[in-house]
Design a protein around this ligand. Structure first.
Ligand code: AP5
Ligand code: MG
Ligand code: ZN
Length: 214
């Protein structure tokens, strides 16, 4: 099973990917996470990407498609892939088709997380994650059970993303509207798109996605 989770910044792609990894042993392929890891490690890709990401703009199609290709190369053929935050442009959608074909995979579902744009700024500015294991939280919607302690690993260190401020979020949303939303009709023509209400609570969204996969 290979699926795309598509939706604007803060739609819940990362949150739902983590559930799918846990419930189905799938592999989350988040180009955002890969790029943040490259920035942290100071690799050539990271050095190029940092300023672009901090501005909320899109990194080049070549860079992200190469990251995805390399990850699939390393992934066992029995393990399903969740594409989180990729593809984001028409060019990337074309590259993904080629990359999947090269690795003998087919795209089963494109799951569109439909969200109300006004709620997204609130979601993103309230987001934080565990510095140790990366578990995702939100100040009000999804706080750790014990304040200041990660539910997953017990760490007490948390972090926030540098691009999670209101101004950058607006640019990220505009990039989504202008460059990413236009890839949907191509997938709709292939009859593989299902729209899910991303404004429901986190468990309900997971339930809707599970219903698509079974
Ligand atoms: P990326 O990391 O992909 O960021 P994004 O698309 O902006 O999406 P987010 O990670 O912000 O949101 P999400 O949908 O994962 O939401 P989450 O689950 O965290 O990309 C970052 C940057 O990298 C880009 O701007 C670009 O520069 C670059 N980049 C990445 N991929 C690229 C590509 N392919 N091409 C070019 N450039 C690329 O949820 C958000 C918050 O809401 C959390 O706090 C969560 O707890 C909470 N929440 C989640 N679901 C719910 C719910 N149902 N109800 C209430 N709260 C919820
Ligand atoms: Mg994410
Ligand atoms: Zn943790």
């Amino acid at each position: 099973m290979n699926i795309i989770l598509l939706g604007p910044p803060g739609a819940g792609k990362g949150t739902q990917s983590a559930r799918l990894v846990e419930n189905h042993g799938m592999k989350q392929l988040s180009t955002g996470d890969m790029l943040r890891a490259a920035v942290k490690a100071g690799t050539p890709v990271g050095l190029k990407a940092k300023a672009v990401m901090d501005a909320g703009e899109l990194v080049s199609d070549e860079i992200v498609s190469e990251l995805i290709d390399a990850e699939l190369e390393a992934l066992g053929s029995d393990t399903g892939a969740i594409f989180d935050g990729y593809p984001r442009t028409e060019a990337q959608a074309g590259s993904l088709d080629e990359i999947l074909a090269k690795h003998g995979r087919t795209l089963d579902h494109v799951i569109e997380l439909a969200v109300d744009v006004d709620a997204l700024v609130e979601r993103i500015t309230g987001r934080f994650s565990c510095a140790e294991c990366g578990a995702l939280y939100h100040d009000t919607a999804n706080a750790p059970a014990k304040e200041g302690v990660c539910d997953s690993c017990g760490s007490t260190e948390f972090k926030r993303r540098p691009d999670d401020n209101e101004e950058t979020v607006r640019t990220r949303m505009e990039e989504y509207r202008a460059k990413t939303a236009p890839i949907l009709p191509g997938y709709e023509a292939r009859n593989i798109v299902t729209r899910v209400d991303g404004m429901a609570d986190i468990d309900a969204v997971t339930g809707s996605i599970e219903a698509i996969l079974t």
